[in-house]
Design a protein around this ligand. Structure first.
Ligand code: GDP
Ligand code: MN
Length: 397
């Protein structure tokens, strides 16, 4: 689960991390009031969307030479004016995809004077199963390019959970970032704060890009991107409250209400499968036969007819879906329940694309009977590869 920059900064500030004063606003009138409460002489006006790359992004229908989603302004009036220009429009960055994201909220921040822009991240390293620090002197807006062409400029190491964070970790980062004097001590303290916040709040990712050395020689978090483990939200109620549903894929949001494991993808074949392993295998085999899955969907072991109906509705609501493959191995799940769900859903929402159903396992005969007598135009398949081949053929001809 992701949160906005302004929320991330408030959270890290509560742990004692150095961030500038700022205000989040939803309309231009409040933007002016908010800017007036900040000292100046620089006001930074920042679009709040769940994606990075805002500075280098561009708005749809931008006027010639118009700036991206991070704008430096020199007066309260100018700050309010830039906020007004961005609100309600769609910002496209290298992380949003072509559709972009609508800007509903603006963060106005007391601008900092920058001496150096550094990069810092904490993340869970799946290989070592540990929390890792990643840092680089090349912070700012081109870290992906740095990682690609000069990976030696990035330092990365993991922390032994038995010792936890130690000052030597912080010193290692400070020296690799070329910090000096009091900055080293500040860095050691700051890294400890970030590590503590990372663990206590069940984060998956914490990215500060840039971490800056200000013109007064102090460290400051100029940007903050936090991602949390969705499965830990039951024990992080204050974080769960920060969820902004308008930033999420509406299909994924709907699926989460019914406890379906659903991830939207870019392909053309909608998949309804039970069990994560079988869902992965189904996606693989669709690719093997030359098409792309439109989603990952695991309806779970004990799905009800209602759940299956909702899952089917979510798949058919996706305009990219040109065909649907239902692939069920009934172990705990009963094939007749799946069949009833499919029939109920088709009756409710209609079926405009080819549907291939492969059922196997518990109550398979009842399941097939329900499908066959439903009057629906369903293509039956006998096994996994047969199902994949048939749906790809039905879609691609
Ligand atoms: P991102 O493009 O979405 O990563 O947004 P950032 O918050 O990282 O801002 C992009 C860039 O804007 C930074 O790398 C800075 O160069 C610049 N910027 C942001 N805030 C300030 C500020 O307070 N002062 C100055 N001088 N530049 C800033
Ligand atoms: Mn940034």
């Amino acid at each position: 689960m992701n949160i906005h920059e302004y929320q991330a900064k408030a959270l890290l500030r509560s742990y004692g991390a150095p961030v500038s004063d700022g205000r989040a606003v939803l309309n231009p009138e409040d933007a002016k009031t908010a800017a007036g409460e900040l000292d100046g002489p620089l006001w930074v006006v920042k679009a709040q969307i769940h994606a990075g790359g805002r500075g280098k992004g561009s708005f749809k229908e931008a006027s010639a030479g118009e700036k991206g989603g991070v704008r430096l302004t020199k007066s309260v009036e100018e700050a309010a004016e830039e906020a007004r220009k961005m609100l309600g429009r769609t910002l496209v960055t290298n992380q949003t995809g072509d559709a972009g994201k609508q800007v509903n909220r603006i963060y106005i921040e007391d601008g900092a004077g920058i001496d150096r822009e550094l990069y810092l991240a904490l993340l869970i390293d799946r290989v070592t199963s540990r929390v890792s620090f990643v840092c680089s002197t090349e912070g700012g807006m081109d870290i992906e390019e740095v990682a690609h062409s000069t990976p030696d400029k990035i330092l990365s190491f993991s922390v032994d959970p038995a010792t936890g964070y130690q000052p030597f970790h912080g010193r290692r980062i400070a020296f690799s970032l070329g910090l000096e004097g009091a900055q080293v001590k500040q860095c050691v303290k700051l890294m400890g704060i970030l590590y503590k916040a990372f663990l206590e709040k069940d984060m998956e990712m914490l990215e500060i890009n840039p971490l800056i050395v200000t013109d007064k020689g102090e460290l400051k978090l100029l940007d903050a991107k936090l991602g949390f483990d969705g499965n830990a939200m039951y024990r992080q109620p204050d974080i769960a409250e920060l969820r902004d549903e308008t930033e999420e894929d509406p299909k994924e949001l709907e699926a989460s209400k019914y406890d379906l494991n659903y991830i939207a993808l870019d392909g053309e074949i909608g998949c309804m499968v039970n069990g994560a392993g079988l869902a992965m295998a189904t996606m693989d085999i669709i690719k093997l036969y030359g098409a792309e899955p439109a989603n990952f969907l695991d309806v779970g072991g004990g799905a009800t007819t209602e759940k299956v109906t909702e899952a089917f509705k979510i798949i058919t609501s996706d305009p990219n879906v040109k065909g649907i493959l239902v692939n069920i191995f009934g172990g705990i799940m009963r094939c007749d329940v799946i069949a009833e769900g499919v029939v109920a859903a088709v009756k409710e929402v209609g079926l405009k694309v080819p549907l291939v159903v492969r059922l196997e396992g518990t109550n398979v005969d009842q399941g097939k009977e329900i499908i066959n007598t439903s009057g629906l135009n369903v293509i039956a398949a006998d096994n996994l590869s047969d199902g994949a081949e048939k749906i790809v053929k039905a879609v691609k001809g």
